[in-house]
Design a protein around this ligand. Structure first.
Ligand code: ZN
Length: 285
């Protein structure tokens, strides 16, 4: 391999392009990804909601890895917005309890080797009532505690990042006993220095502008598309070929060399998710 290319946030759906999207990623130079589960249609309050979601994600991961030979890490966990849907049906206390049980179940999937990280979890990305926000913060803290227990990373979905909010998240991680460097801010901007992110690990949205300004500051970041594989708008966020394309552009423009590509696409995911997990998935386990 010339250099690896890791997309740190990909969704795949059977009703979307699914394996074709993974094939395209590979054809364009991709070698590894973090696959993130998506909440299924249906009542989120049904008792087997999270088990169905996580085990379907595991099946997808296994199918994609087998078909393509890509290294596919998997993150499972209760999607933050699900709390609101549950609260509308059953009230907030019951919803919080179910989300917390969903976190515990996600940790047990990691412990059993079915998944590699807890994500995407956190809090809604749009303004919500204070009680929803407080419950979300408690659930996020629980994610960090469980992740510490099973020694895995947490992938956070939150409002758009800024330095003071990253500091507050870093403090939450400290309280939970969680390594800040294994808390990943999904949908991050170019906040890649320690002063900007307080040690939280940035997963930079792979637009040309953000990736270039990140690369100009250093190499402690990962790149992501947040490809959603929506059947109607497959690349609504960014297309599946974007991370390989950006990496190539950066190398060609001289902002990157292949050593930096190895750091971003191999060393960084290894330190965040665990070198042992990456190696295990690489050999197709
Ligand atoms: Zn996502």
């Amino acid at each position: 391999m010339k250099y690896p290319v890791f997309d740190n946030h990909v969704h795949l759906q059977r009703s979307g392009r699914f394996a074709d999207a993974a094939d395209e990623f590979m054809r364009k130079g991709g070698s590894a990804m973090l696959l993130v589960n998506l909440p299924p249609e249906g009542n989120p309050c049904s008792p087997d909601f999270f088990e169905t979601m996580y085990s379907e994600a595991e099946k997808i991961r296994n199918e994609i890895a087998e078909r393509t030979g890509l290294t596919v890490l998997l993150a499972v966990g209760p999607y933050p917005v699900t709390l609101i849907e549950m609260a509308e049906k059953e009230g907030l206390p019951a919803a919080e309890e179910k989300m917390t049980a969903g976190v515990e179940l996600a940790a047990s999937h990691v412990l059993d080797g079915k998944a590699d990280a807890i994500g995407e979890v956190g809090r809604p990305h749009f303004p919500v009532s204070q009680d929803i926000m407080e419950a979300s913060n408690r659930i996020m803290a629980e994610c960090m505690r469980r992740a510490r227990e099973v020694s895995c990373a947490v992938v956070l979905h939150t409002e758009d990042p800024h330095p003071s909010m990253m500091t507050r998240i870093a403090e939450l991680a400290d309280t939970a006993g969680m390594d800040r460097g294994r808390v990943v801010k999904h949908h991050c901007t170019d906040l890649i220095t320690a002063e900007e992110n307080s040690g939280i690990f940035p997963s930079v949205k792979a637009t040309r502008e953000l990736v270039r300004s990140s690369a100009a500051k250093g190499a402690r970041f990962m790149m992501e598309t947040d490809y959603i594989d929506d059947p109607i708008r497959p690349g609504a966020v960014l297309g599946i070929g974007t991370v390989p394309k950006r990496t190539k552009e950066l190398i060609e423009s001289g902002l990157f060399d292949e050593d930096i590509a190895w750091k971003i696409h191999d060393d960084n995911p290894s330190s965040v998710y665990g070198a042992d997990r990456l190696t295990a998935r690489r050999s197709g386990n």
